[in-house]
Design a protein around this ligand. Structure first.
Ligand code: DAH
Length: 334
């Protein structure tokens, strides 16, 4: 019978149309046109009855196989289109702010860091960043810290098990060097970041904590600028009753160097007159030489202080370890 030769080309056309259906409605229509009650393929099947006894089995087999194939193509296209229909019509921009605030709160250390950064931004400081895994050069040598300095001792520093003596940075001062290596003066940066020391954990020490480093390089920079800046930032953070005091100290990368003491009503309430809060000083000419800044032209100051220290003071927390335990009963209070 002639129609046997029609099966294959009809099936091919039907398959092509099913696969090309652009959406679910079009697919249903295509289905109707081929294998619905009045479909072209259904009509073909109806003709089976007109075949002779000898022809029927082979023809029936052929038609059934073709029908199974069409139904499979229909199901798979339907699945594809259903998936497509479930997707958003427009691409999603995951950087857009949410309509609701995310669940939970920012960690108190994050909140304090954000506040410090905000205060420095008001007076033109940019945030810089550097690696926590450092080399001895950036952490010590370039900061004018000699090889026999006790801070370099493996007692104080976490050294990595590498042949090139890499270490976990003991302070954010290493980022001063990294920034000056890359950038010509003037420089006005702060560096919030994590640091590591082999301190045994007790109420006021932890093997990892956070610092903020500051570096200001320009022409004719003075200690007065440094003191004014520190005063401004601490008043922003802790209120207008803050007083600052500089005490002479020693750091290898600054000359002169100072420790910064701080006081306000909170400190007095703790029964203390002053609290030591930071180290600072005028950038040592040797440090400028090392990074290729001309010390005859450029002047600058730097400071570094502990973020936990400030957070503990601000919130009246007396055990530093509370910050890292992530006990919800603690975190909920901020
Ligand atoms: N790096 C010092 C520390 O970890 C803090 C410090 C002191 C940073 C003096 C400075 C500085 O930039 O000038 O204790």
């Amino acid at each position: 019978m002639g129609f046997l030769n029609d099966i294959e080309p009809l099936k091919q056309t039907a398959l092509t149309e099913l696969k090309a259906a652009p959406d679910l409605a079009a697919l249903e229509q295509t289905k109707g046109a081929w294998i619905g009650p009045n479909g072209k393929f259904t009509a073909l099947m109806k003709q089976l009855g007109t075949l002779s006894k000898e022809e029927k089995p082979a023809a029936g087999k052929l038609i059934n196989a073709a029908k199974v194939e069409l139904e499979a193509a229909l199901a798979s296209r339907r699945e594809e289109l259903e998936l497509k229909a479930a997707l958003p019509k427009e691409p999603t921009d995951f950087t857009l702010p949410g309509r609701r605030r995310a669940l939970g709160k920012l960690h108190p250390l994050t909140q304090v860091t954000d506040d410090i950064v905000r205060a420095f931004r008001k007076i033109g400081f940019a945030v810089a960043d550097g690696p926590e895994i450092e080399d001895e050069y950036h952490c010590f040598d370039a900061l004018n810290t000699p090889a026999d300095h006790p801070a370099r001792d493996s007692q104080d520093t976490f050294y990595l098990n590498t042949t090139d003596k890499r270490l976990l940075r003991t302070h954010t001062s290493s980022v001063q060097i990294r920034v000056m290596e890359k950038q010509a003066p003037p420089v006005r940066i702060i560096v919030p970041g994590r640091v590591y020391r082999r301190d045994n954990a007790d109420a006021t020490h932890n093997p990892t904590f956070h610092q903020i480093e500051g570096l200001y390089v320009d022409k004719n920079v003075t200690v007065g600028d440094l003191k004014g800046t520190v005063e401004f930032v601490f008043r922003e953070l802790m209120g207008s009753d803050v007083k600052i005091r500089f005490r002479p100290h020693y750091f290898s990368y600054t000359e002169p160097s100072y420790e910064i003491d701080f006081t306000n009503a909170l400190v007095k309430k703790m029964g203390k007159d002053w609290l030591e809060i930071a180290g600072c000083g005028m950038v040592h000419p040797q440090v400028f030489e090392t990074v290729g800044y001309d010390p005859e032209v450029w002047t600058g100051w730097a400071f570094g202080f502990g973020i936990e220290r400030i957070a503990m003071l601000r919130y009246g927390i007396n055990d530093i370890r509370l910050f890292y335990e992530n006990d919800v009963r603690f975190l909920k209070q901020f």
